[in-house]
Design a protein. Structure first.
Length: 111
């Protein structure tokens, strides 16, 4: 695993998300939504809605899901599964860990 610092734990309050750009081992960029759920748990998923190319980090976070701000498609934070139309495909979910105040993500390791 190759973890990268994505942000600090102080960057997000519960029920917030943040878009970050990390890098795959191949050198390709990866847009990631770092999400702190309403219960305080941390998640990292692909930031692009699978229905249309909109940032999920701009959407609402609540009760284990993030909703695309443009068309309302919700995605489950733990699995990336699309929970309702118009999205039908999941987003990738990445391995995340907290080390002190650093939020670390491995974009080459999906759950």
């Amino acid at each position: 695993m190759s973890f990268q610092v994505a942000c600090s734990t102080s960057d997000l309050a519960p029920a917030q998300a943040l878009q970050v750009e990390l890098t795959h081992a191949s050198g390709e960029p990866a847009l990631v939504a770092i999400v702190r759920d309403s219960d305080g748990s941390w998640h990292a998923l692909g930031d692009t809605c699978t229905h249309a190319d909109y940032s999920l980090a701009e959407g609402d976070v609540e009760d284990g899901a993030i909703e695309c701000w443009k068309h309302g498609a919700p995605f489950e934070l733990t699995t990336g599964r699309a929970l309702a139309l118009p999205a039908t495909k999941p987003v990738p979910v990445y391995t995340i860990q907290i080390d002190g105040t650093d939020v670390l993500v491995d974009v080459d390791s999906t759950l």
